[in-house]
Design a binder for this molecule. Structure first.
Ligand code: CU
Length: 664
C-alpha cells in the first residue's frame, strides 16, 4: 500500500490536535495529556494522519489481501443489501430524504431509524447511490488522495471525489447480497472468505437465520435465495404495480435455506474453530409479524450452533445452552497437549436480576457479570443428549471484576519452541455490566495458560468507555481508540488514541483526534503496521450537527514507524502447516530480530477484534539474513486462515506484514 503523509502534514497534525484539545476540553483528555501533545515527537507517540473520505459507514469491516499481495478493505452499513438510492431520494437538500415506499415495502411499516438508516443520507450526494457495502482498494493510485483536513465538517464533495475511484460496489448491485447483515456475527474462514452470521430482517430486534458468505477478494456474496420482499421491491420500488408480499411475514424476509441456522440471531458472536468450522453464540430475535406485539416476543438465543463451510450446514447444540450478552467476547483456547484439546472461552453471561417481561422491549434488558466460562464444543457435539435442552459443557474458569459488555478486547498468544502456547492472554478494556450500568475504565487481562487463570487489573483507560476499539500491533502492544460513556447530552467521548503494554499493564495516551468513534466504529491493522480507524454512524461524527457528518477514516502511524530502519522480509513461504519449521529471509539495516509474529486477518464489527489474534512464534536467527521460525503446533493457537507475518526488530520496529496462509 501507499504511504501517506509528509513532514508538512505532520506539523499540521500537531496543530490540529492542539485545537481539538481546546474544542473538546470539557470532556476529553486530562490536562497532562494535552500539555504533553505539544512536546512529544512522532517517535514517542506516533502520528494521526488527515481524514480519509469513506463513501459509506464502515460498521462491519475487514482487511483482505489477494494472491498478488494487494490489500483491500471491504465494509458495509445498514441496509447493506440495498443501494442508498433505494431508500433515500438524494434530491432534497442538504442530505436527501427517506422514501416512504421503502419503509412500507421493505421494513413493513417499522419506522426508519434516523440514526442508522439516517446514515445513508449524505451531503455528499454522489455517494448516496452507491451500494451500502463497498470495497476500498488500498493500492489504487487515488486511495489516499486528500487535501489534508482534520475536521469532518470541513470535508466537501470535492474532497470525496479525490479518492472515489478507489471504492467499488460490493452489496446489492456489485456483490449480489440479499440480506441485511447489520449487527451480524463476522468471522474469517480458513480459505479467506468471510462468514456473516445472522443480521436483522427489517429493523428493531428481529434476527435472521442466514449464514451469508462473502469473498472479499472478489467483492461478491455466495448465492442465497433472494427474499420475496427484496425481489418485488426491485421490480416495483414505488409499490404501485402490484400487491407486494408482506414484509411482516418472515417467510418473505428470511425464506428457508438449507444453510440456515435453527435460530434467528441479531448481535451473535461468530468464532472460527480450530477445525475450520464456525461457532455461533447468542443473539436476539423477536416476532415482528404483529408490530405492536414484537417487543413482548423478544428472546435471547441461548443455544450455540456450529456452521460447517465444507457442507454449508449448521448444527445446534441444544445441550449447551447459556444466556449470554449480545456479542459475547469469545476466544478459542488450547486446554491440553492434543489436537482436540481446545475449548471456547466466553465472558459475559447473564446475571441476576433477570429482566421482567415489561423490560424486554429495551434494546438490551439484561445485566451481566464477569464470570468467564469455557465451552467444550466437541464434548457438547458428541454428547448423546445433544438435541435435548440442557446447560451442560460449560466450566466456570475465572471471574472478571466487570462483564466488559461493549468493551474492546485483544488476544495475545505466545508459543514456545515446539509451537505450543506458553501464554494465552486476553485483555479487555472498559465496557459495562449491561442494563443501567455505567461504562467503566477498568482494564483486565487473563492468561488461560495459567494453572488457575485469573483476571488481573492493569492501568485503567484515560476515561470510562464502552464501544471502544482495540488493535494489537506487531510489537505486541495494543492500540485503543475511541469509546464513550453515557448517551445523548451526557455523553463523554474519548478522543485519545491510547497504547496498552500487556507486559507492564501500563496505559499511555498518545494523540487525539477530533472525530468521535464509538457505536459502529471499526479499526484494523494494515500491512504497513499502521492502524486504520473507521466507521461510526455518520450522523454522530459531528457532535451537535448530524447533517455535517460524513464517513471518514483516519490512519494512526505508531511511534515505531518513526524510529529508524525497518527489517525487510525478502522471502517467506506463502503457506505454513501446523508443526512446520519455516525459513524467513530478511535484509535491510535492522537485522537484530526480536520477534516473529502472526496476526490473523478477518472482519471486525462492534468494537472487538473478532479473532484477529496476535501469535508470537519461537524462532532462531541462523545468520544475519535468515531466520528459522516454528509454526503453531496446534490449530487452537492459530485457527486456519490468512495471517500477516511480521518480523520485528529487537528495537520494536516491525517489517511490513506479508500474507501467509496457516493451515493444513
Ligand atoms: Cu449494532
Amino acid at each position: 500500500m501507499k504511504h501517506i503523509g509528509s513532514s508538512g502534514v505532520h506539523l499540521q497534525v500537531l496543530c490540529v490536535l492542539i485545537l481539538a484539545c481546546a474544542r473538546h476540553g470539557d470532556n476529553a483528555a486530562p490536562a497532562q495529556a494535552k500539555a504533553g501533545a505539544r512536546s512529544l515527537a512522532a517517535s514517542d507517540v506516533g502520528e494521526l494522519g488527515p481524514l480519509i473520505p469513506f463513501h459509506k459507514d464502515a460498521i462491519g469491516a475487514g482487511l483482505t489481501i489477494d494472491s498478488f499481495g494487494s490489500p483491500r478493505i471491504c465494509f458495509w452499513m445498514r441496509p447493506a443489501e440495498y443501494a442508498g438510492t433505494d431508500l433515500v431520494d438524494p434530491g432534497p437538500d442538504p442530505v436527501g430524504q427517506f422514501k416512504p415506499a421503502f419503509d412500507q415495502l421493505v421494513y413493513g411499516g417499522y419506522p426508519f431509524s434516523d440514526l442508522l438508516d439516517g446514515s445513508v443520507k449524505s451531503r455528499i450526494k454522489a455517494d448516496i447511490s452507491r451500494d451500502n457495502a463497498q470495497c476500498f482498494d488500498l493500492d489504487h493510485p487515488d486511495a489516499f488522495k486528500n487535501t489534508g483536513k482534520f475536521l469532518v465538517a470541513d470535508l466537501t464533495a470535492d474532497d470525496f471525489a479525490l479518492n472515489a475511484a478507489a471504492f467499488t460496489n460490493a452489496g446489492a448491485r456489485g456483490g449480489g447480497l440479499n440480506y441485511n447483515v447489520f449487527c451480524s456475527g463476522n468471522a474469517a474462514l480458513a480459505d479467506g472468505r468471510w462468514v456473516i452470521v445472522g443480521g436483522t430482517d427489517k429493523i428493531g430486534n428481529a434476527g435472521t437465520r442466514k449464514i451469508n458468505i462473502f469473498d472479499p477478494n472478489q467483492g461478491s456474496w455466495a448465492p442465497r435465495p433472494e427474499p420475496r420482499v427484496k425481489s418485488e421491491f426491485e421490480v416495483d420500488p414505488s409499490g404501485t404495480q402490484f400487491q407486494h408480499g408482506s414484509a411482516l411475514d418472515e417467510l418473505n424476509t428470511d425464506p428457508p435455506d438449507p444453510s440456515d441456522m435453527r435460530y434467528q440471531r441479531w448481535y451473535p458472536t461468530a468464532v472460527t474453530l480450530p477445525d475450520g468450522r464456525v461457532l455461533a453464540l447468542s443473539g436476539t430475535d423477536e416476532d415482528t409479524s404483529v408490530p405492536a406485539n414484537a417487543a413482548a416476543t423478544k428472546v435471547r438465543q441461548p443455544v450455540p450452533e456450529i456452521y460447517d463451510p465444507s457442507v454449508d450446514r449448521t448444527l445446534a447444540l441444544e445441550d449447551a445452552r447459556k444466556l449470554l450478552m449480545m456479542y459475547p467476547r469469545s476466544y478459542v483456547v488450547q486446554t491440553g497437549p492434543g489436537v482436540l484439546d481446545w475449548q471456547v472461552a466466553v465472558i459475559g453471561a447473564a446475571a441476576p436480576p433477570l429482566p421482567t417481561a415489561d423490560m424486554m422491549s429495551q434494546f438490551d434488558p439484561y445485566t451481566y457479570d464477569g464470570k468467564t466460562y469455557q465451552l467444550d464444543v466437541l464434548g457438547a457435539e458428541a454428547a448423546p443428549n445433544r438435541d435435548l435442552p440442557a446447560e451442560d459443557h460449560w466450566t466456570l474458569v475465572a471471574t472478571a471484576s466487570i462483564a466488559h459488555d461493549d468493551g474492546a478486547g485483544a488476544a495475545l498468544w505466545t508459543l514456545d519452541d515446539v509451537g505450543m502456547p506458553s501464554s494465552q492472554k486476553v485483555a479487555l478494556f472498559g465496557g459495562t455490566n449491561g442494563r443501567g450500568s455505567e461504562a467503566s475504565a477498568t482494564v483486565e487481562m487473563i492468561d488461560f495458560e495459567d494453572a488457575v487463570p485469573a483476571w488481573r487489573q492493569g492501568q485503567p483507560l484515560q476515561l470510562p468507555a464502552s464501544q471502544n476499539n482495540a488493535v494489537v500491533l506487531p510489537d505486541g502492544k495494543v492500540i485503543i481508540a475511541g469509546g464513550r460513556a453515557g448517551r445523548g447530552s451526557t455523553t463523554v467521548i474519548t478522543y485519545a488514541v491510547q497504547l496498552f503494554d500487556p507486559g507492564t499493564g501500563q496505559m499511555q495516551s498518545l494523540v487525539e483526534t477530533t472525530v468521535p468513534r464509538h457505536d459502529h466504529s471499526t479499526a484494523l491493522l494494515l500491512p504497513d503496521a499502521s492502524v486504520i480507524i473507521m466507521g461510526g454512524n455518520r450522523t454522530e461524527l459531528v457532535p451537535g450537527n448530524s447533517d455535517a457528518g460524513v464517513p471518514v477514516a483516519q490512519i494512526y502511524r505508531p511511534a515505531y514507524l518513526f524510529r529508524g530502519p525497518r527489517p525487510v522480509i525478502d522471502r517467506i513461504p506463502t503457506a505454513i502447516a501446523y508443526g512446520d519449521r519455516f525459513p524467513i529471509d530478511i535484509s535491510g539495516d535492522n537485522l537484530t530480530i526480536g520477534s516473529v509474529v502472526l496476526i490473523r486477518l478477518g472482519p471486525v464489527t462492534h468494537n472487538w477484534d473478532w479473532g484477529n489474534r496476535y501469535v508470537r512464534l519461537s524462532f532462531q536467527q541462523a545468520s544475519a539474513s535468515s531466520l528459522m521460525a516454528v509454526a503453531p503446533l496446534r490449530p487452537a493457537s492459530a485457527v486456519p486462515g490468512q495471517y500477516l507475518l511480521f518480523v520485528v526488530g529487537a528495537d520494536g520496529v516491525p517489517s511490513v506484514g506479508r500474507l501467509v496462509h496457516v493451515g493444513n
